[in-house]
Every structure is written in C-alpha cells, then in structure tokens.
Design a protein. Structure first.
Lengths: 277, 101, 305
C-alpha cells in the first residue's frame, strides 16, 4: 500500500513542481506587467502544492521534500511530458495552463474522495486555491479566442501541440492496480481521462475553438516526442496491449526537454546535497 | 485597455480603501489582475475595481476650505461641558439646602 | 497669473515643504525631471528582475524557490506601481517601455551585471536591496506626493526583501567553506557596482532634483549611511572587501574617492554594461513576438463564440 501511495503522490508532486518551474520562467517577461505578477503567483502556488505532496511522501518514507524535489535522477521523476515542455510563446503557455489546470481540477475532484485521509484533505485544500487558476486561464482563453485572428490562430496551433500530451496526464500510473485496490484513487486514470476529454471538448466548444484538433486518443498508435517537441506518429504496426499511450512520463520516460531542465533545477542542490540553504 | 482603480476592504470595521490601479482590458481582467497585484498578501477580503474614467474629482478643491466659523461641527466646541456639569451640580446642591438661587 | 509668478509661487511652496500632486500646476522642468527620475526607477525594477530570475531555476530548496519567486514578483509589482505614477505625469507606459528597449532611457547600474551562482542571490538580496532601501527611504520625503505614496509600499516590501537576503546570507556564512566562498566570490564581484550605485558626488548647485526636493539627500550622504550600516555587518561575518576597501574613520567607514574606478559606470551610462545588450535583447525579442497579445488585450471582441 505504501508503494502504491508513493507512486501516486510522486506523480502528482512532480507534475506540480515541473509545471510550476516552467511557469516561473515567465517572471520578468510576461507580455503585460500586471499579468507578470499574477502568473508568478500561479507558479508559486504550483510549487507550494508540490511541496505539500512531497511532505506527504516524506511522512510515509525516509526522505525530505527537498530531496524528493531536487535530489533524484531524471529517470526517477514521474511527471507527464506536458509539464516539461519549454514555454515557447505566451499562446503555448496559456493553452498548457488551461489544459493542465482543467485536468488538475478533474483529478483533484476525484482525489477528494481518496481513502487516504491526508491526501483527501490536501486535495480539498489545493482545489480551493486552483479556483483562481481556472478563473485566470478561462479569462485569457476567452479574451484571446474572441480577439484578433492572429491570437486565435496561435491558440489553435498550441492546442494542436498540447492536447494529446494533456490527455497523457492520465496515462496509467505505476502500480495503478494497487492504487485502485487501496482506493487511493476512487476511479481509474482511464476513467479520469474520459472525464477530462469530455469536459475539455465541451469547454473548448464554448470558446468557439474548433473541435477537430482534439482527436480521440487511438490506443494503438505510438506517439514519439521528438526533440523539437513535435509529436510524430511512429510507424509501429501492431497495437500494444498496454493501455498507456507511450507518450511517457508516468514510467519515468521523458523527452529531450527534461534533462536540461533537470540539470539547471537541481544544480545548486546537487553540488551540496547535505548543505543548509 | 484602461486604467482601473482598485479598492479593497478588510473585515467590517473600515470602508473600502483605494490601494492602486491596474491597466486592464475589461472589469473581469481588472479583478483578476488586481487581486494578485494588491491582495496577494490578503490585505483585504473584498475587492472593487472602477474605471478611472468613471471617477470624478472636484475641479476647484478650494471649495473644501472652511472659511466662516463652523466650530459647532466639532467636539472641541463642547469642551466646556465639564464646567457646565459642575455648575449644574452646584445648582442642585443649593436646591436641597433650601436656598433659592 | 503669469508663468513667472506661477513659477515663483511653486518654488516657494516646494521650499517650505509643500507637496506636489499630479493635477497641480508645475514647471516643465519639474515635470520632466520627476518623470525621468521615476521612469528610471521603474525601469530599474523591471530590469532588476532579470539577474535574479536567472538564479531562480537553480534555487537549492523548495522554500527558496518560492520565496525568491515572490521577491522577484514584488520587483515587477514595484515597476507596475512606478510606471503608473510616471504615466500620470504625461508619458504612456508603452512609450516608456519602448524607450527602455531602444536604449533611450536608463536603469540602475547594478542590473547590468551577470550572476553566477547562489552567492549572488545573497549579495543582491542583502547588500543591493540594502542600498536601494537607503535611497528609497530618503525619497519618502520627496516633494512629489504620488511618488511618496507608492514608495511607502515599495519600502515596506524592500524591508522584507532585505530580511530575506540577510537570511540567505547568514545561512551561507554559517555553512560549509564552499558556501562561505560562494558569498565571498559574489561580494568580490559586486562590491564596486554597489559603490557605483549611489553615483558620484552630487553637484548640489546644479542638481534640479535636489533643488526641488524630489531628492532630499546627496549621493555621498546616502552612500555613507550605507557604508556605516553594512560594513560592520559584513566584517562581523568574517568576509573581506575588494577595492575600494572601506577604512574606519571614527565611528564611520569611509571609501576613498581615489580608490573608486568610475570607468565601468561610465560604460553603463552608455548602456554598454556586461549584460546590457543581452538582457535588453531578450526583452526586445519577447516584446516584438508578442504584439498579438497587446492587440488581443486592446481591441474589443472581434467575434463572440
């Protein structure tokens, strides 16, 4: 049960840490000064959530939140590949922010019913803070999608890049069977993915953003992430029996974008893992 | 885009206070941006945003001056209440001792 | 009333300590001088975010990651407050930002230098914010009232930053030899720029900003206050100063004018500092590629869903 718990919470924590890290890269450069301030709060919130999740793990095992966040090897991280992608431009970051926080809301709603009391309580607390994130993301998507054509085009382009990777937030977790048996998650990743897909499709339709860029995930296709961040459908013939799409992250397979991020993020800590800072 | 003036109120004892301004495209964004710019340390529990163009100011602030004696509007004009209370007590005391005053 | 009389009246009011508001009549020199001063301050806050955000990805703990992000957020917030005050003097934020990018307006010298490691975060957070606080606290008496009102908030947040910076410094100072060397290395690189930060000796006769009480204290006076306050604190931690080395003189710590090399500051005044072009270039690239955002924010809805 402990391993299942650690597997689940590590994925949650790593998602928040890595996306928080990416969001924080906009500090100083956001395209509107007041927005720079607002988006920085969102970044700080995500890192704070990561810290709280890592604390749950630290309580259950012999580690510390900082060691979890900054002391592991790249292959040990379990965040979805969506989170590690570079920020590209504001349209990509906005769309990723919208997709991620919408997915997070679906996930947190389920986690509130977790059999683990600590996890359920934390999910409830985090979900309250995430309300601002959703208000923020929705206000921006609405404004840009209703605005001049260049903004709309960029949003659509970004959706094309992001959507499948957002669905992959719900790739099966390691030890998913045990996670479900112990009721740590009240329903499967695959069930959460359908809930997210349904909600995202409906809300994107409300924004008047075209539906045909978000195709249903075809379990039989393997998608490889190239180093440029494009998704390329491989020519692998036979469908796999695994329910995972192969986009990666949940089993520690990350794209070429993660190593440079990890190098930078962990550099000071790694120089001196036992020091006090 | 316009300037929106930001107001916040904390608790119930004091009214809204002006705390700054944001540049925003509409009231919804002004509220979202104003929240992080001016209430991220929970300096208030309530938030108003008002378009600057909806705010009006006195052209000539000198009309606010008090020229003639308006001391009757201030508590300091009634400071002699202490002396008056003493006089009233003496008057009552003289009544009970039988003397008309 | 003639211009001359208005000017005399204005000078008299300022001399007697009266404050000036945005809607008041003011001489053009005053307006231009205050605007330029506040614009430079705003530019410095927004450019000041850049060196620190270069250290942010490498923050060594989760707590420091969040607190440093919050600190940089405050600096952007200060820029926002200051640009708003400057705008009311008659220059749009867009014009100010574009002048910054074009190199037509300036920002404080310290933000033209590179950062290397976490030791820089300590020195910037403690000593540079300490220097900024000395100058900003003095400006609380400025004749231009809207500026003093935002400075109240700015100074109180800078106090927090100072404490944060000191916290980081003390952790390094009581840490391993490696950590102490990090701080010393950063101090070796930042000390001269910090001395430059206060500027050369004020020319009291010619300084209009001093005359009109926009600034209330001379550069050398502010620098002296900084030295007296911080040199003992640095020394107490067992760190040493590079040139110009402060020397004790009575109760004070003095830096000799002949020990100060002003050449790097002269280069920076021409926007030729070590990191000037790269950082401005980054800002320009993001600004140029995000015109669509400004348009999306400025124009009314083109099509509703």
């Amino acid at each position: 049960m402990k391993e299942a718990f650690v597997s689940l919470v590590t994925a949650l924590a790593d998602d928040e840490l890595i996306i928080g890290h990416r969001h924080s890269e906009w500090t100083g450069f956001a395209p509107h000064i007041e927005e720079d301030v607002a988006f920085s709060s969102i970044a700080q919130d995500e890192i704070g959530h990561a810290s709280a999740f890592y604390s749950l793990i630290a309580e259950a095992t012999d580690t510390t939140p900082d060691r979890m966040a900054l002391g592991r090897e790249p292959g040990d991280y379990r965040h979805a590949v969506l989170c590690e992608r570079p920020n590209r431009d504001w349209s990509y970051s906005l769309v990723r922010h919208w997709l991620y926080d919408t997915a997070d809301d679906v996930r947190l709603e389920a986690l509130q019913e977790s059999a683990h009391a600590g996890l359920a309580a934390l999910a409830t607390k985090i979900r309250r803070e995430e309300r601002y994130h959703l208000l923020h993301a929705n206000a921006w998507i609405k404004r840009v999608s209703e605005g001049p054509v260049e903004g709309r085009t960029r949003l659509i382009d970004a959706l094309g890049r992001c959507y499948l990777e957002a669905l992959a937030l719900f790739d099966s977790l390691e030890l998913e069977d045990s996670i479900l048996e112990n009721d740590l998650l009240p329903c499967s990743s695959s069930e959460l993915r359908s809930r997210f897909a349904k909600r995202a499709t409906s809300e994107l339709d409300d924004f008047g953003l075209p539906a045909d860029i978000h195709r249903d995930l075809d379990d039989s296709a393997e998608f490889l992430a190239s180093s440029s961040g494009d998704l390329i459908a491989s020519d692998q013939g036979a469908p796999t029996t695994s329910s995972r799409s192969g986009i990666g992250g949940r089993a520690g397979e990350h794209s070429d974008d993660f190593k440079p991020l990890w190098d930078e993020m962990t550099s000071t800590h790694r120089q001196h893992p036992d020091a006090q800072w | 885009m316009e300037v929106y003036e930001i107001f916040r109120r904390s608790g119930h004892k004091s009214p809204f206070e002006h705390c700054g301004a944001v540049i925003a495209p509409d009231p919804e964004m002004a509220l979202l941006l104003g929240k992080e710019c001016f209430l991220r340390r929970r300096e208030g529990e309530h938030l108003w945003v008002v378009r600057r163009s909806d705010i009006h100011a006195l052209e000539d602030e000198s009309v606010l001056e008090i020229a003639a004696d308006k001391s009757y509007r201030f508590a300091s004009d009634y400071r002699d209440v202490v002396g008056k209370r003493e006089a009233a007590r003496r008057r009552v005391a003289s009544m009970s001792s039988g003397g008309a005053s | 009333m003639s211009y001359e009389r208005k000017l005399d009246e204005f000078n008299r009011r300022v001399e007697t300590g009266s404050k000036v508001e945005a809607a008041d009549w003011m001489p053009d020199d005053y307006r231009r001088g205050v605007l330029k001063f506040i614009e430079m301050h705003a530019n410095s806050e927004i450019m000041g975010a850049l060196p620190e955000r270069e250290c942010l990805p490498k923050a060594p703990t989760l707590k420091r990651k969040m607190s440093l992000a919050a600190k940089i957020q405050d600096e952007i917030g200060h820029a926002q407050l200051l640009y708003r005050v400057a705008e009311d003097l008659g220059k749009s934020r867009t014009a100010m930002y574009e002048d910054l990018l074009a190199g037509k307006s300036k920002f404080h010298n310290v933000f033209h230098y590179p950062v290397h490691h976490w030791g820089d975060v300590a020195v910037i957070g403690w000593l540079i914010d300490g220097a900024a606080l000395v100058t900003q606290a003095a400006l609380l008496d400025s004749s231009y009232a809207p500026y003093t009102r935002v400075l109240k908030r700015i100074c109180s947040e800078e106090q927090l930053h100072l404490r944060h910076g000191e916290h980081i410094t003390l952790q390094l100072a009581s840490g391993t030899d490696y950590q102490r060397e990090m701080f010393q290395d950063a101090l070796n690189r930042w000390w001269l720029p910090i001395i430059h930060f206060f500027g050369p000796r004020s020319n009291v006769a010619k300084d209009l900003l001093l005359r009109w009480k926009v600034k209330t204290r001379t550069n050398e006076d502010l620098r002296q206050e900084f030295l007296d306050r911080y040199v003992p604190k640095v020394t107490e931690l067992g760190f040493s100063f590079p040139t110009p080395v402060p020397r004790p003189e009575g109760n004070s710590w003095v830096v000799a004018d002949e020990d100060i090399d002003w050449a790097p500051l002269d280069a920076i005044k021409k926007n030729q500092g070590p990191e000037t072009e790269r950082r401005l270039g980054l800002r320009r690239a993001v600004y140029d590629s995000h015109r669509w955002v400004r348009e999306a924010l400025s124009e009314p809805a083109v099509h509703a869903a």
